[in-house]
Design a protein around this ligand. Structure first.
Ligand SMILES: Nc1ncnc2c1ncn2[C@@H]1O[C@H](COP(=O)(O)OP(=O)(O)O)[C@@H](O)[C@H]1O
Ligand SMILES: [Mg+2]
Length: 478
């Protein structure tokens, strides 16, 4: 999974956890609030009922004083209390409630009774009023008191219960909150740890790889199992290491070539003259003593060795030659034909079939024909040596497009012994040879490489493996 997706997922979980905790908290708080609301409502109710009950007692007292103790002034007191009760009953919304209806009715009814009783006092006097209404009023008062008492008792119970419920909700809210929070933190911790690991593990690998690379190991490759941004980095890193290795090889080769060029220039020059003397005198002696002489075979060996040395020195001198060659526009097909004039006989005598596949109408290119022939000869000689039991050598020319540029291409394909991947990385190095001691100098291909480079061209040698032949491809800019 991509690290970007992981971070987004992590964030998403984080938000989800916060939301769940928030919503849970909100819900529980609301419930708790509802029970507290009930509690407050009951407390309010009890206060109203208590107020009514107090005023009611005072009202009864005023009535008693007026009726039984003949205190006329208490009549106003009584009326005041009655007004207060009516006001409360009419305006306090609590008395709109259904369960308060009975109390309300009782109070209204009782007041009506009181008024009736006062009327009788006015018309017939106190004694008559007491006689006519006392019995009913006393029973009504008792009933009202009972209703008031019951209401208060009931409200007290309700207050107690709602208080307990609200409190238990509060505890539950807290507990749940702690649980939610712990689970949330745990989930986030697990996710974050996972994210941390997906980042730090590959980072450590990259760091390690950079260290190993720094120690000069250009074969190290980073392995990252997951498929994310880091695997892309690892791929880039691995490619970089591979390029670096190739580059390193090229630099080494260039360095070697430059060193050999310098060395060869000096040494070959010094050796060439005495070597010519040795060869000249040996050949003169050979002629003079004739084949029958007993020293003839030894002298012949000296001549052979001297010729070989002269060839090597010649190669070295070619290799180190820096002077400008004579450049002219020429057809590549013609240069190839001129080259085969020099070696076609040898090819045929080695039982090698020569196939020529020249593309017609190729443009002429600016070259030094003599050195290019030399380069081609080196490649052809190697092919001949690679096919000791015969085979086929196919030479083809054509046009190749590489990265938008046009090149003239020459391919030499043989069916010889080929080479392995390790050898392929060294074939253009000076003095690299797989031939037996005394058989090869290892200078042929490096010289060819140098010649092609001075023509701003490219050369590569490929083989599918030992026994599978080889292909040398040369490209000249057009
Ligand atoms: N056509 C080929 N087939 C197989 N191996 C080849 C071929 N051309 C070159 N090589 C390999 O490249 C090596 C270097 O070649 P070269 O530079 O010409 O030096 P030399 O021929 O003196 O060995 C050879 O020793 C051989 O191993
Ligand atoms: Mg060679």
């Amino acid at each position: 999974m991509l690290i970007r997706s992981k971070i987004i997922l992590n964030l998403f979980f984080f938000i989800a956890v916060v939301l769940i905790i928030g919503l849970g908290f909100f819900y529980l708080n609301k419930e708790q609030f509802r029970y507290y609301n009930d509690y407050n409502g009951y407390v309010q109710m009890r206060k109203s009922v208590k107020d009514i009950s107090d005023i009611f007692s005072e009202q009864i007292q005023a009535y008693d004083y007026y009726m039984y103790l003949n205190e006329d002034s208490e009549r106003y007191n009584f009326i005041e209390k009655k007004e207060q009760i009516t006001l409360l009953i009419d305006n306090d919304p609590i008395f709109e409630l259904k369960k308060m209806r009975e109390l309300k009715e009782k109070l209204v009814f009782l007041n009506a009774q009181f008024l009736k009783s006062f009327n009788i006092v006015q018309r017939k006097g106190r004694a008559a009023a007491i006689q006519e209404t006392e019995k009913e009023i006393i029973s009504m008062i008792a009933q009202t008191r009972e209703v008031l008492g019951n209401q208060l008792k009931e409200l007290n119970e309700k207050i107690e219960v709602s208080k307990n419920v609200a409190e238990s909700y509060k505890n539950r809210t807290l507990n749940l909150l702690v649980v939610f929070f712990s689970i949330g933190v745990l989930i986030i911790a697990v996710f974050s740890f996972n994210l941390y690991r997906t980042i730090t593990n590959p980072l450590r690998k990259v760091e390690n790889a950079a260290r190993i690379l720094g120690q000069g190991n250009l074969d190290y490759q980073i392995k990252i199992d997951e498929n994310n941004e880091f695997s892309n980095i690892a791929d880039s890193f691995n490619k970089m290491v591979k390029d670096l290795k190739e580059f390193h090889l090229k630099i080494t080769q260039m360095g070697k070539m430059a060193a050999v060029g310098e060395l060869a220039g000096g040494v070959a020059h010094e050796i060439n003259n005495p070597l010519s003397g040795v060869l000249g005198h040996t050949q003169m002696l050979l002629k003079r003593i004739g084949e029958k002489s007993e020293v003839y075979p030894a002298l012949k060996k000296i001549e052979h060795a001297a010729i070989r040395c002269r060839n090597i020195v010649g190669d070295l001198l070619d290799f180190s030659r820096q002077e400008k060659q004579e450049m002219k526009k020429q057809s590549i097909n013609k240069i190839l034909e001129d080259t085969f004039l020099l070696c076609e006989n040898e090819i045929i005598s080695k039982n090698i079939q020569l196939n020529k596949d020249y593309a017609p109408g190729l443009p002429d290119i600016l070259v030094s024909p003599r050195t290019i022939q030399h380069a081609f000869l080196n490649i052809i000689n190697n092919s001949i040596l690679a096919m000791p039991k015969g085979g086929a050598l196919t030479v083809s020319t054509g046009i190749a497009q590489v990265g938008g540029a046009t090149y003239l291409e020459v391919k030499f394909r043989d069916t010889g012994v080929g080479f392995d991947a390790e050898t392929a990385t060294h074939i253009f190095e000076p003095f690299f040879t797989t031939r037996e001691v005394g058989q090869g100098t290892g200078l042929g291909l490096s010289l060819t490489y140098r010649i092609i480079k001075t023509h701003k061209g490219y050369i590569k040698g490929e083989s599918d493996g030992p026994g599978k032949g080889a292909v040398f491809t040369i490209q000249f800019p057009v």
